[in-house]
Design a binder for this molecule. Structure first.
Ligand SMILES: [Zn+2]
Ligand SMILES: [Zn+2]
Length: 302
């Protein structure tokens, strides 16, 4: 049994997070990657943890650091002066909250989802924290598994995949993750499969599918922390359209990836945007999560 924690609004009691495990594994912390969550969806960094990056750890008044939450749980402060960034949520100070309880509007913390560095939500000390003992949601020896994953990546051979061709790689400008009604404009991927490529320092996901041309596949750079959270810990490989799962490879020039699921239609949308790439793809939810489950099984998961 492991202690699990849940943050709740100090004013109205609404849940501000799922049940979270304390993050004690540095391999699952994204210190440098932009457009990537500092911690995954199933963990949190307590304020006193030695793992909290210096800039955040020096800030008094915080309870802990979690992944950006769905807006249905934690909403943005109505004043733009507290939230405006050049391309996403930013903050003007560490004391004026820019995150509020979605139910009652109480200020609950400060969040960051702009372009430089990882995305996070810091919750104020006044926010309530409950704890309970429950089975550990993480696999045993996650640190050892991360080391193994690095070895597997370094041993992975060049896969010789050809890009799927112009029809597949032409991102549709009219398809965007925050608007599920636009997803019809993205090509539908049938029977997707995921395998590993690249190296431990620059991991890649190799995506193949029965609907791609023979021998074709798409290589998606992915930070090691995100790969470990999804393939080893089993965190959800998507977010809701208003807060998709984002990642950007360690190389700041790497493409930005967003993965969103529309719960109403059971569809998943993936967009890859960067200097030389603009791809949008659409999956059936079961096929996408099945591809991740198969990768997890390949890596010795349940
Ligand atoms: Zn509240
Ligand atoms: Zn920006």
């Amino acid at each position: 049994m492991t202690p699990l924690y849940r943050f709740a609004c100090h004013a109205c009691g609404a849940s501000l997070s799922a049940r979270l495990r304390v993050l004690g594994e540095p391999a699952l912390l994204a210190r440098h990657e932009s457009h990537t969550w500092l911690v995954g969806e199933s963990g949190f960094l307590p304020a006193g943890s030695a793992l909290v990056p210096p800039g955040l750890g020096n800030q008094p008044g915080f309870h802990g650091w979690i992944a950006p939450q769905p807006r249905s749980r934690i909403a943005l402060h109505p004043s733009w002066s507290r939230t405006v960034g050049c391309c996403g949520l930013s903050h003007s100070s560490f004391t004026d909250g820019n995150l509020v309880c979605a139910r009652c509007g109480a200020e609950v913390g400060v969040g960051y989802e702009d372009c430089c560095g990882p995305h996070w939500a810091g919750l104020f000390e006044r926010v309530a924290l409950t704890t309970e003992e429950a089975p550990d949601p993480w696999p045993d020896e996650v640190g050892v598994r991360c080391d193994l994953l690095r070895e597997i990546l370094d041993a992975s051979l060049p896969d010789g995949l050809a890009a799927p061709g112009r029809d597949w790689l032409r991102g549709s400008a009219s398809a965007c993750f925050f608007d599920p009604t636009s997803w019809d404009h993205a090509p539908h991927v049938e029977q997707p499969a995921l395998s590993l490529a690249g190296s431990a320092d620059a991991p890649e996901l190799a995506l193949t599918a029965s609907s791609f041309p023979e021998g074709a596949g798409l290589r998606l750079p992915i930070p090691f922390v995100v790969l470990a959270r999804l393939a080893l810990v089993g965190e959800p490989p998507y977010g809701p359209p208003e807060r998709p799962l984002p990642w950007q490879s360690s190389d700041a020039e790497g493409p930005e990836v967003n993965v969103a699921r529309d719960a109403a239609t059971g569809r998943v949308f993936l967009s890859v945007t960067g200097r030389d790439v603009n791809v949008t793809l659409r999956f059936d939810e079961g096929a996408w999560t099945g591809a991740w489950r198969a990768l997890n099984a390949q890596l010795g998961g349940a």
